[in-house]
Structures are given as C-alpha cells and as structure tokens.
Design a protein around this ligand. Structure first.
Ligand code: PGA
Length: 303
C-alpha cells in the first residue's frame, strides 16, 4: 500500500462508536438515512462527472473519495444493523467481545457470534472499558489474539488520561498499551501478511474480512466526549510515535497495512483539520456518529 504524506490510505476510515446508544429500531432508521445520504451523494457525483467530463476541476470533485464507513453498535442492536446494511459497502463491528469462543461467561459476547453476524471489526480496550470495567492490557491482548485468529480486525484503543498527559507520561503510556496489547499476536505469524488475509486495495478500500490485520485508535481520554480536541501537534506526535513502534514491533511490511485513526470529540467542524495531519488515516467517532448527517459529513472529507 502506498503512503501519501505519512498516510496509509487514499480513502479514510470513519468508525462510528455508538456506545450504549440506539435500539434496533433507532438503528434501522439511522441506516436508512445513511443509505439515502450515500445514494444522493453518489447520484450527484455521477451527474457532475458527466457534466464535467471535459472539465478537469468538476471531474476531480466527482471522484472525491468517500471514507470507508464502519458502524459499531451495541451488541443487541448489531443484528438490526447487519440486516439494514445488506448490499451496501458500509461495514459494521462490535464494541467488545470475550476472548473465548464459548463457555461459562455469563453476560459476555463471543467473537464467533460477531463473525457469524457478519461483523468485520471489534473495538478492544476502549478507555471506557479500561476505566469502568477494569480491562487490563493483558485482557486486551487476549481479545486481540482471539479476534485475529477468527479473521476479524481488532481496533485497539490507546490513550492517556489528563493526569498522565500533565505528568509527561503520554508517550510511555500509549507505547505500553500498544506493546502489551500486541504481545500475544505478534512475532509468531498470527498476523497474516497482506494478501493472505486481505489488505487495503490501492484505493485504500477495505476488502471483505475487515481488510486490515489491525487498526490502532489513538484516543486521549480527556478528549472523549468533552468537546476538547487534542491539538494538531499532539495528535501528530503520538501518531508518529505509534507508527514507528508498529514498524519496529511488526516490521514495516505489516505495519503499513495498519491504519492509525484518531478519536476524541471529532465533529464535522474539526474533521478536515484532523484529517490533514500526516499519519492520521481516519477517525473513531463517538457522539457525532449518532447523527447520520454528521457521520456522513465526516465520511465525505477527503485527504
Ligand atoms: P467522542 O467519543 O467522539 O464522543 O469524543 C469517541 C470515542 O469514545 O470513541
């Protein structure tokens, strides 16, 4: 895959983390609206491509890339999303899963069920899971390994709290979360090399199966749901650091198939600035993903 200005994809990733929001009924309405927005945009792109066939400016805006959209609904809403998105390019995944396929784990969800419902992705170690449900790096490593073995793409979340940032521990903390999260999956061939599991196409499109061996999401805890976005410099620094570490841990061939996305108060108003940062391959979006129009507006931002 070719990187442009430190980026991995030609087509950004827009991952919508609904958290504990939306019933199956609400999810169906959301998907309907999202599909209509997508159809409208495709029709108007096709029309401007036809009009501007001899006009280079119109033609290039007609081929403006649209992000690969991925919805991450709550577990009980996943099936409704799967049904509603049939026949579209919009993918979906889980917010969490157990590391075992089945067994006596009351209240947990199996990664195998995610797979059967057609999920291609699953979050691992979101800061809310780490903080509110005491998920450790060890647990994240087990979940990540289980997902990779099933051919699902884990989205490993890393990020520092405000106190950790203020005490100068951001770098050490995110690197530790990354190394620990990957410790069971790296080094022994568990990660499939690009081409065997599938990889991003030259256009940066995810292919079935998630298409990526892994996605890493940098989400500073203090920026989640607070409206306080990390600065361009802060995001750029951490993403660069994570990319270097992935190159070192997994080798650059594998690393260059692993998108790095930013999350924390991403909205249509600040999306373009964030996406312009080198080494930002897309977003993990919470609040703004609950509204189909704002989620779609973010998906329409091109590099
Ligand atoms: P936010 O959430 O966009 O509402 O800040 C992001 C996340 O928690 O993934």
């Amino acid at each position: 895959m070719k990187r442009a200005e430190g980026k991995l994809l030609h087509r950004p990733l827009c991952l919508g983390n609904w958290k504990m929001n939306k019933s199956p009924q609400e999810a169906r309405a959301f998907c309907q609206e999202l599909k209509s927005l997508l159809e409208e945009a495709q029709t108007s792109h096709a029309a401007s491509a036809a009009i501007g066939a001899s006009d280079k400016t119109a033609k290039s805006s007609a081929t403006q890339p649209l992000a690969q959209m991925v919805l991450l609904p709550p577990a009980l809403t996943l099936w409704a999303v799967a049904e509603s998105l049939q026949g579209t390019e919009i993918a979906y995944g889980g917010q969490n899963c157990h590391f075992e396929i089945s067994g006596a784990f009351t209240g947990e969800n199996s990664p195998k069920v995610l797979q059967e419902v057609g999920a291609q992705y699953c979050l691992v170690g979101h800061s809310e899971r780490r903080k509110l449900f005491h998920e450790t790096n060890d647990l994240c490593a087990q979940k990540l390994k289980a997902l990779i073995e099933l051919g699902l793409t884990p989205i490993l979340c890393v990020g520092e709290s405000l106190e950790e940032r203020q005490s100068g521990r951001t770098e050490a903390l995110v690197l530790e979360q990354l190394r620990e999260g990957l410790k069971l999956a790296k080094g022994d061939g568990r990660f499939k090399t690009p081409g065997t599991q599938g990889s991003a196409t030259p256009q940066g499109q995810a292919v079935p199966g998630g298409g990526f061996p892994l996605i890493v999401a940098y989400e500073p805890v203090w920026a989640i749901g607070t409206g306080q976005v990390a600065t361009v410099e802060q995001v750029g620094e951490v993403h660069q650091l994570l990319r270097q570490e992935l190159d070192q841990l997994l080798g650059s061939e594998l690393s260059q198939n692993i998108p790095l996305v930013y999350g924390g108060s991403v909205k249509p108003e600040n999306g373009a600035e964030l996406l312009a940062i080198p080494a930002v391959d897309g977003f993990l979006i919470g609040g703004a993903s609950l509204d189909a129009k704002s989620f779609f507006a973010l998906a329409q931002l091109g590099f």
